[in-house]
Design a protein around this ligand. Structure first.
Ligand SMILES: [Zn+2]
Length: 324
């Protein structure tokens, strides 16, 4: 079943009803956006003996074998360290000249195609350029820049859609029913429209502990006095990604404070609503906007390799000025 990908789904189903498909697809999207699910769904739809309007029938012999992982005309290859070279691609394509056993197509999914070496991608290129008429390749990637332009140009590009928060929430309620509802909302807000990411986040206790710390630190910042700066700077002693994430939490919370100030209810941190609302009363909307800007610029600087301690010190003194 495909969730939240209606546009892609109907475009691809249009290819089935129009009797038109291409020999190579490149599915692009962030980690956790469901690229592999889409690739498998499309493969099963193509192999299905009686596809419906929405996709595979789920009942025919082909669907049953596909679901049990035993369809002879379907291969899933995941590129990775140590499994990404020319030889691996040659082995994968060894049987390509052999006609499909069951149906009309022989489908090869290459997941994480960006992990293939350029040489391996070149080895694949020949088959993409002159495929047997029954062959269909579905490549997936989270990093389209690492796919050779020659390979890209042979593929129809499919961009995963961002799934709406309310759909993410329904999925979480179904698949992680034990999770705290407010935590679910927070996970949906942080998931960037990706179902896989939302599911991962909702069970990530460390993440929520870091977020709680971030909230305490933000509170300390909003009551900032000059003599407190050295203490707050210790929050930025961690790795680059941790600092970027910390400022991401601050941005999201400042955003919520601004939303409450102007009467917008869609909060990203519903579990902190009461506290944030109290905090938001300390500032004008202009001040909150200025603070968000400062934090955003600092986050960009740190992500772009600036010295975190220095960037944070500058940020704190700018925030001091904005809040006074
Ligand atoms: Zn079927």
């Amino acid at each position: 079943m495909l969730i939240g990908q209606e546009q892609l789904q109907s475009a691809l189903m249009g290819q089935i009803s129009g009797g038109r498909h291409v020999h190579a697809y490149l599915v692009c999207g962030a980690p956790g956006s469901g690229k592999r699910t889409l690739a498998a769904w499309w493969a099963q739809t193509l192999l299905c003996l009686q596809p419906g309007k929405q996709g595979p029938c789920g009942r025919c012999g082909c669907c049953v074998r596909f679901a049990s992982g035993n369809h002879p005309d379907y291969t899933l290859f995941t590129a990775d360290k140590g499994k990404n070279g020319v030889e691996d691609i040659r082995t994968l394509l060894e049987d390509l000249p052999v006609r499909p056993y069951e149906g009309r197509y022989k489908i090869i999914v290459i997941a994480q195609a960006d992990k293939l070496t350029p040489q391996a991608q070149n080895a694949l290129l020949k088959s993409l350029e002159e495929p047997p008429e029954y062959a269909i390749f579905i490549l997936t990637t989270g990093n389209v820049q690492m796919i050779l332009p020659t390979v890209r140009s042979r593929c129809e590009i499919l961009h995963m859609q961002r799934v709406q928060p309310r759909i993410l929430k329904t999925v979480l309620q179904e698949r992680a029913p034990q999770a705290d509802p407010l935590r679910m909302e927070a996970a949906c807000a942080m998931a960037d429209g990706c179902i896989g990411k939302a599911l991962e986040l909702v069970g990530d206790d460390d993440l929520f502990a870091r977020r709680e710390r971030a909230y305490r630190q933000l509170c300390a910042v909003t009551q900032l006095k000059k003599q407190d700066v050295p203490g707050l700077l210790t929050a930025f002693k961690g790795a680059r990604e941790e600092n970027v994430q910390l400022l991401g939490f601050w941005l999201s919370m400042l955003r919520d404070m601004l939303c409450m100030k102007i009467g917008i209810q869609a909060l990203e941190n519903a579990d902190y609503a009461a506290e944030l609302e109290k905090n938001s009363r300390l500032f004008t909307t202009g001040q909150l906007k200025g603070m968000m800007n400062t934090v955003y610029e600092t986050q960009k600087r740190i992500a772009g390799n600036a010295n975190a301690g220095m960037a944070a010190e500058r940020m704190l003194s700018e925030l001091l000025e904005e809040m006074s």
